[in-house]
Design a protein around this ligand. Sequence first.
Ligand code: ARG
Length: 472
Amino acid sequence: MSENDDSVAAGKALWHGRFATGPSEELMAFTVSLPFDKRLWADDITGSRAHVAMLGVSGILDGATVGAIDVALTQVHDEMSSGHFEFVASDEDIHTAIERRVTQIAGDAGARLHTGRSRNDQVATALRLWCKREIRVVIDNVLSLVDVLHARASEADAAKDPVYLPGYTHLQRAQPVLLSHHLRAHGWALMRDADRLFDALARLDVSPLGAGALAGSSLPIDPQRSADLLGFAKAFDNSLDAVSDRDFVAEILAHIALLGVHLSRIGEEWVLWTSEEFGFAILDDAYATGSSMLPQKKNADIAELARGKAGRLIGNLTGLLTTLKGLPLAYNRDLQEDKEPLFDSVDQVRRALIALAGMVSSATFKTDVMVHAGNADSLAATDLAEWLVERGVPFRRAHAIVGEVVRSAINTGNPLAEVVSQHADLGDEAAQLIAPGSAIRRRRSRGGAGPSVSADQTTRFRDELSRLRRRG
Ligand code: ARG
């Protein structure tokens, strides 16, 4: 081992040669990323193994050296997974720490690990490997929540009588909708989220390894071989792009932000549904919280935090985009700011998905309250107008007639059915449309909210869910 390898093994910076003194405490305190990039350790080792194997195949390192590095990497892997790896003060990041340790273990061979490689292509490789694995888990969590919505929807569909509630526009009662239709509406949004995350996975499946610091290498390295060894779909095409591209992080953060917005909307509805004012659902005790002062309280904190976290997820996206926007090619240390928002968004959205799945699956629907609200007279108003349309009245005139009828019922305090049956253009037959259960049964157009068209939607929903399960 040369004097320089000894210095690195003893804890000097990998780049100490150019510097007369070591880094200041302030510099280290401000620039280290080890506390948060530690979680890339397994991916960093995977990247190093492939890199060293490529160096061996390309004739840059001999077999004994490759073997010695591999043994050292295995030891580091063991130390990391058992929690026995000892970090030292000079470990700026996980990549530095692992190379330092490999050099300690394998001496001269270890000092050859970084041949033809830079931390710039190394970190981009580790991060892409991390995303390839972890985003699949996020997708799985999304699909599990979709499963729960689908299961609750199917349970409602299996009831003897249709289970419905008012559908709202402007949060004003509009027309009745099946509970299953409502639950699956959220499911469709979540399935688009899963689909988008799959798209992001396909686009990020590019190996940056071999781009070096920014311009490739003078050594006969083989980036395609590294890509193959790592299981990437392809190798990078442009070294500058390879080390400066964080589109994949931005894309994931964007998809998670939108997913977070969808969860937030679900959360907001459950806050409403579980309020005494709506009374549509009761949370299981295990998925609700109490108040430290108000003994009677049962709060929907999961739903509220699902709503609240969306701000943070959007913040992570806008933070990263702002970091990226002024950067000249190629690597800049600013790029280190990609990891915390990525890890945070992935962690937060996963917890939200899992908690919401538990909350929705364990809740009790107050279907009697829903159906009662869904039977409110005014929810049949559009059906009255469409009844007139079926009798040749232009829709705009029909709309005005029914609007006046509704106004008169409100002003006189008389039941809508009575006003309708006495109206010259409407009468008893039209008044039947206000009977409980009539409006929901009349929602019969394709994709609509009524029972006669729900079976076919359920099939399409199930097909899309299994397509997504098979995708990737
Ligand atoms: N910790 C750094 C990051 O996450 C690793 C790359 C450092 N590269 C460098 N040239 N200083 O981006």
